[in-house]
Design a protein around this ligand. Sequence first.
Ligand SMILES: Cc1ncc(COP(=O)(O)O)c(C=O)c1O
Length: 374
Amino acid sequence: MTKSITRREWLTGTTTAAATGLMLSTVSATAQSFMQPNINPTAKNPIRAHLNENAYGQSLKARKAIAAAADDSHKYAFESIFEFLALLTKLEDIPREYVMVGGGSTEFLEKAAVFNAIEGGDILLPTPTYGDIARFGRTLGSKLIEVPVGEDMAINLNAMREAMTDNTKLIYLCNPNNPIPSIIEKNALKEFCNEMSEKATVLIDEAYFEYVDNPSYESMISLVKENKNIIVTRTASKIHAFAGMRIGACYAHPDIIKKMFGLFTNTLNLPALRGAIESYQDMEYQAFLKQKNSENQQIIYKMLDDLDLEYVESNANFIFFNAGRPSSDVADTMKKHHILTGREFKPFTNWVRLSLTKPEEMQYFADIYRREFG
Ligand SMILES: Cc1ncc(COP(=O)(O)O)c(C=O)c1O
């Protein structure tokens, strides 16, 4: 006889060990990674704390929809695109002409960089920050104006104002930032967006939006409705765990959306769309992931406090800390234990970006880190 375990029991951890074992034995190998922490990592199956992925994987409802979509994948996905668009417009309370979906948010960063290059504009951006916009700009021959973060490790809006050139046509802000998981205070950001969007397009990359739990933070999607020159990008790659499925969204004035659509290459796939439609409605699973993320943060903060290491409070699913030694040394040592940590981010060569995975894995990381460097 099969004992069924309710989703709530599992989410709240009230399943018995026996029942959990039974459940694990009846799920696929892939689904096991959803539940079990990887506390015996190997070279082939390391703890992936290097790419800010969601270690728990997709919601069960999304997984079901993704698997079922195989039966329909010979068809173009237009109906599902419209269904997902309708869901996003409802969730964000914004008219449909203001939204476009794509195969990951990178697609929209690329298009924004292309439009900027066509106009011959410079790109103004903080440093360090997420690297793709700079990569596209460089490839397209655009001048990059990179403004170092402030002493508080946050994006320095005043320094960005001062660095603005007459030829700046695109401003990139990542909020929360990456690799430094700091946020920009909401009122200062609104003021900056309204002021600077008179001179250039302001793109706010909100890849980690769902993880933020900070009263000083606000999405800038509300500004898009009033301001012609603001773009907000979002992704399903982070809390929704769709990094390998590719779903992203862009919110902007219909004139910008029309331009973006002019470069639409239909990178969307049906299983990803069907899965995303389920995932974006699965608030219970998102709450669970936020709870786990907060547990992860507490485990790593404790280790850092005990070792007296400096760090930036996280507003996302990763932590940036000063190891007091080259981050490449930390990465090499942890790799021997089959734990992958973030790459080096100049000029913060002694700082490590650690992606938060599962509490048990973070405890394993902390124990090894103390042993190696404590
Ligand atoms: C700030 C930021 N923007 C965009 C992306 C890429 O997102 P996507 O997978 O939607 O292309 C990442 C991925 O790490 C990111 O950190």
